[in-house]
Design a protein around this ligand. Structure first.
Ligand SMILES: CSC[C@H]1O[C@@H](n2cnc3c(O)ncnc32)[C@H](O)[C@@H]1O
Ligand code: ZN
Length: 465
């Protein structure tokens, strides 16, 4: 409101409210069901959301929303479920260009003899630009609205993400031996600090972070340096942790402690840290992760494909750990498809525990949205449909045969829906895909450039064993 000559003059938005009885917003989005992830109003039938300045300003029935708000634009929700966008808590996005390059291998063989050599030879600015664009295209198609990207060339990645409209934690990798563009830890780590100085607070959708690779590839001194920097610059830190039995054995031999305990001995574990995989924690390490408030990202597809094992997710959830879901990179998955991770999570833990109530559908859907946001430290911004949160939303169609009939919308989202069912994607109030039409990326150009890079890889790639 403006004060003019001592009188109160009603500003434009209030004028509209007074003039037409309705408040003006940018966007109204509807759904036959809104699955909110908000305990106060879990599922709303025939619902709608009003969005202004990228944020959710009202969540209610369609009748109430359209009675109170007038929108510049409306996306109707007939035959749709409206829900928070999916949060992919662990990926190496540009690795989509290595999709299908090295399959059916155990993690250490895969990394040492195939992936690290391929990265050394092919990963440069252009690789990351095209790979990141391909990954963003794939993730938008599948309803991911926030992802964590733990890889190289972070400025290139951040530029692509800011252009395509997604939200991302961009965590440049640091490791103790040569990696693309770096001699070793010192220059890689210095570069990651420069990246976060450049990007912190610059774009509300890009959150820079620190990412030491793993306890078996980063020395204790460097791990301490990483967590101290994360504290100093107040950014998240992510790391691969306790991924394989080989890692547990290796860390135990070198440091006389299992991986989680080793990090705790270094004073490394705190709520700003979220760890990927955590397949092999023992019972006391699970308790420790919960006590320290560390987030865990479960990557079931990658853990199965690399024969790493089954993470003890039911025990972690019981202990109160913040657990989210991730895809890992497409060289070990081989897709950035969160629906596959959702379904696998709901199935494998029932199989391993012989308990059909282990990790129920509702819990898995929470892990893919709000649980992931909590693990990443972003639940004050995303992960649920609630007034005040950012408008990161997806509409999922409910009309195709594999989704009929419908008794329980959450059951369908977990056990029956897939990436092709995502109809419309919105991040920060911006529509990135509408009725499956891509609005912020150029599929034809990406397809052409990705194919050209792959031709070079195919001609030149040699594993090191
Ligand atoms: C320093 S993070 C980037 C680095 O990690 C490699 N990587 C990809 N997937 C995995 C995994 O499951 N475990 C360990 N390391 C992985 C990636 O190829 C990059 O080199
Ligand atoms: Zn990974």
């Amino acid at each position: 409101m403006f004060v003019f000559f001592g009188q109160i003059v009603i500003a434009q938005s209030n004028y509209n409210l007074v003039a037409q009885g309705k408040q003006r917003v940018q966007l109204i989005v509807g759904g036959d069901f809104i699955v909110t992830m908000n305990e106060a109003q879990p599922v709303i039938q025939n619902g709608a959301i009003a969005i202004k300045d990228g944020k959710i300003v009202a969540v209610d029935t369609q009748y109430k929303i359209t009675s109170s708000y007038r929108a510049d634009r409306t996306l109707p929700g007939d035959g749709m479920v409206l829900m928070p966008g999916l949060v992919n808590g662990h990926s190496h996005s540009a690795m989509v260009l290595f999709r299908g390059l090295a399959d059916d291998l155990a993690l250490q063989d895969w990394l040492q003899n195939y992936i690290f050599p391929a990265e050394g030879k092919f990963v440069d600015e252009n690789f990351v630009r095209v790979g990141e664009q391909l990954a963003c295209w794939e993730m938008i198609r599948g309803g991911t609205t926030t992802f964590v990207d733990m890889y190289f060339q972070p400025d290139v990645a951040a530029k692509v993400v800011s252009e395509c409209g997604l939200r991302a934690i961009i965590a440049p990798s640091s490791i103790d031996f040569p990696s693309p563009g770096f001699q070793g830890w010192d220059d890689a780590f210095a570069s990651s600090i420069n990246f976060l100085k450049r990007w912190k607070g610059k774009n509300e959708r890009i959150i820079p972070a620190i990412a030491p690779h793993a306890p078996y590839t980063v020395s204790p001194e460097h791990l301490v340096q990483a967590i101290q920097a994360a504290r100093h610059y107040d950014v998240p830190l992510t790391i691969h942790l306790a991924e394989t039995q080989a890692e547990v054995k290796d860390v135990q031999q070198r440091y006389n402690a299992t991986p989680v305990k080793h990090l705790d001995n270094l004073g490394f574990l705190e709520p700003r840290v979220f760890a990927a995989h955590v397949v092999w924690p023992n019972a006391s390490e699970i308790a420790l992760l919960a006590k320290r408030g560390v987030g865990v990202i479960h990557n079931p597809d990658s853990n199965l494909k690399l024969a790493s094992g089954f993470a003890p997710i039911p025990a972690m959830l019981k202990a109160g750990i913040k657990v989210g879901l991730g895809t890992d990179g497409a060289a070990s998955n081989n897709v950035l498809d969160m629906w596959k991770a959702i379904r696998l999570t709901a199935l494998i833990h029932k199989g391993t525990t012989l308990d059909p109530t282990a990790v129920p559908a509702k819990t898995v859907l929470r892990m893919a949205t709000l649980g992931g946001a909590e693990a990443l430290g972003l639940s004050d911004k995303i992960g649920a449909i609630k007034v005040g949160l950012q408008a990161d939303l997806i509409q999922v169609q409910l009309k195709e045969p594999h989704l009929l009939p419908l008794y329980d919308v959450i059951s369908h989202l977990v056990y029956a829906a897939d990436a092709q069912d995502v109809d419309t994607v919105i991040v920060n109030g911006q529509v990135l895909m509408e009725k499956r039409r891509m609005l912020t990326v150029d599929p034809e150009r990406i397809r052409r450039e990705a194919t050209s890079i792959a031709q070079r890889i195919k001609a030149q790639f040699r594993p090191s064993n």
